[in-house]
Design a protein around this ligand. Structure first.
Ligand SMILES: Cc1cc2nc3c(=O)[nH]c(=O)nc-3n(C[C@H](O)[C@H](O)[C@H](O)COP(=O)(O)OP(=O)(O)OC[C@H]3O[C@@H](n4cnc5c(N)ncnc54)[C@H](O)[C@@H]3O)c2cc1C
Ligand code: SF4
Length: 499
């Protein structure tokens, strides 16, 4: 076992870890030794090929196919230098005041969160994308919503020099997407932070991490040779994401009794919906996503967003198989796509546990309220597809594979609530939240409002697992704002903890 020693170790380099690393990095000038330990690889620029199967294998945990315990939902999250920010779309939405109020975390104020989110607008170049990069898939969505009187919103994305290749979820081959791999991690390294890739932290001991460095056969070589490491650290900040941080803390058997650890996971369960036009539409050219429809968010608890997914992801999101499925897939160039995201309640039973090997298991069941929301979302998405000119619509809960344009008036009958059967519809999620929720009481929360784990003074959490309930908006900006706040607390605690 090789030995290393640092003052601060950050586990994970995504939205949370990248921000903590850059925010703490000026301390390196005063001799503070900081390392980021990242399980995933740092790909070389030429390795961003845009080929779906190749890229999901290199950039996603379980090649994008992490299943819930029951096997009826797939969960996507990144495993790379930059974490999920390497594969996210960059949809940049701020958390609403009402949501922060629902979170009810003592000391966590909306104005403070909002000011911190604004900082990343500047740092990560958030702006409304040029009109020339808005493709037909996006324009048809706005047109369909407008015809129906549904409110739409155009949101900023975080790109610089976007070439409109629509490959964001496979890693940007042009380095245009401003994730932590492009912004915060290089800034941190410049200031002296060491980022160790291909390094999985297996266990946390008292002020130490046990980790294994491997050689996956692609990407830049890790800063450390393959092998087992014991890394001493005066402060540890866990930023492994809302599945892996709770799993790491559970398998490490921390000295503190924390009944809420791993629990209250929320996912924004999602359905990818497809309308088929009878002509090709520009969907894989331009930036993939710039609009959402929040018309039903307050009343029915779901958001509709534009999207375009790649063949494998699309194929597994549509139900059934055979001639109709093949027809849909043979016409990718005619597809208009919408993703529906449901706001789910924080339920104690929805939780991360670990199996006998210590690997995470996500036990999550979509509640009847979520299924109601996603049922209504399919009906409204079908209306939007037809209003924007689609010839046929595939609704997973539908009585038949396609609803035809001539049947548009009957969508309520043709897409019944009884079709929302687990295992029939293909639910997915890319927004994992909770598991180390913030709060005051160690009986019901894992950290305080500053990410300090109750009863373990050297351990902080700064990632999506801090969310006490879902963010009711795409989460990365909120995670960055929280990570910024945790970094501030770490800085002010160092005089005591680094002695
Ligand atoms: C395909 C996709 C599209 C998305 N699009 C958007 C979007 O447009 N807008 C938005 O707001 N959000 C989006 N999201 C969600 C957003 O990217 C995530 O919510 C956010 O990045 C999570 O931040 P995090 O710090 O919690 O974890 P991550 O960013 O997932 O980073 C965690 C990192 O920790 C590493 N790690 C885990 N365990 C260990 C360990 N034991 N040892 C060492 N390293 C470890 C992982 O390898 C990973 O790199 C998207 C997500 C996906 C997957
Ligand atoms: S659309 Fe823009 S940001 Fe997305 S992958 Fe292509 S160039 Fe990169």
């Amino acid at each position: 076992m090789l030995e290393k020693e640092f003052d601060i170790v950050i586990i994970g380099s995504g939205s949370g870890g990248g921000v903590v690393a850059s925010e703490l990095s000026p301390m390196c000038r005063d001799g503070v030794r900081i390392a980021v330990l990242e399980w995933g690889p740092k790909l070389k620029p030429a390795e961003f090929t845009g080929r779906e199967i190749e890229m999901v294998g290199r950039l996603y945990a379980e090649a994008g196919g992490f299943f819930t315990k029951d096997g009826d939902m797939t969960i996507a999250f990144g495993r790379a230098y930059g974490g999920s920010t390497v594969v996210y779309t960059g949809t940049s939405l701020k958390i609403a005041k009402e949501t922060v109020e629902k979170w009810a975390v003592p000391g966590l104020e909306f104005d403070n969160m909002d000011r911190r989110a604004e900082k990343f607008f500047r740092e990560n170049n958030l702006h409304l994308i040029e009109d020339s990069l808005i493709n037909e898939n996006n324009r048809l969505f706005v047109e369909g919503c407008r015809k129906l009187g549904y409110r739409t919103k155009r949101f900023p994305v975080n790109v610089k020099g976007c070439k409109g290749s629509s490959l964001c979820n496979l890693g940007c081959p042009h380095g245009a997407k401003q994730g932590t791999d492009q912004v915060q991690l290089p800034a941190a390294e410049k200031n002296g932070v060491l980022v160790v890739t291909n390094c999985k932290v297996e266990h946390l001991g008292n002020r130490e991490c046990l980790a294994v460095v491997s050689e996956p056969g692609f990407g830049e070589p890790s800063a450390w040779a393959p092998g087992e490491y014991r890394i001493k650290a005066k402060i540890v900040v866990a930023c492994g994401g809302a599945i892996n941080t709770p799993a790491l803390l559970i398998r490490s058997r921390l000295p503190a009794a924390l009944p809420a650890l791993g629990k209250f996971i929320t996912l924004h369960p999602a359905l990818i919906l497809v309308g088929l036009h009878d002509r090709p539409i520009a969907n894989f050219l331009g930036h993939p996503k710039s609009f959402c429809c929040d018309h039903f968010a307050g009343t029915h608890g779901f958001l509709l967003e534009t999207c375009i997914y790649f063949p494998f992801t699309t194929a597994k999101s549509c139900i059934g198989f055979g001639a109709e499925h093949a027809e849909l897939m043979a016409h990718m160039d005619r597809q208009q796509q919408i993703i529906a995201l449901a706001w789910d309640q924080p339920l104690e039973r929805n939780r991360v546990t670990v199996d006998r090997k210590g690997d995470p298991v996500l036990d999550y069941r979509a509640s009847p309220l979520v299924l109601d929301a996603l049922h209504r979302a399919q009906i409204e998405a079908a209306r939007i597809f037809f209003a924007s000119g689609a010839a046929r619509v595939h609704a997973p809960a539908g009585r038949k594979f396609f609803v035809e344009r001539s049947e548009a008036a009957e969508v309520e009958d043709l897409i019944p609530r009884s079709g929302m059967l687990p295992g029939k519809i293909s639910l997915t999620s890319a927004h994992v939240m909770g598991g180390c929720r913030m709060g005051r009481d160690p009986e019901t929360s894992v950290t305080d409002g500053w990410g300090r784990v109750h009863g373990v003074p050297w351990l902080y959490v700064a990632d999506a697992s801090l969310f006490p309930r879902c963010s009711e908006a795409n989460p990365y900006l909120t995670i960055m704002a929280l990570a910024d706040r945790v970094a501030e607390r770490v800085r002010s605690d160092t005089s005591e903890l680094l002695r």
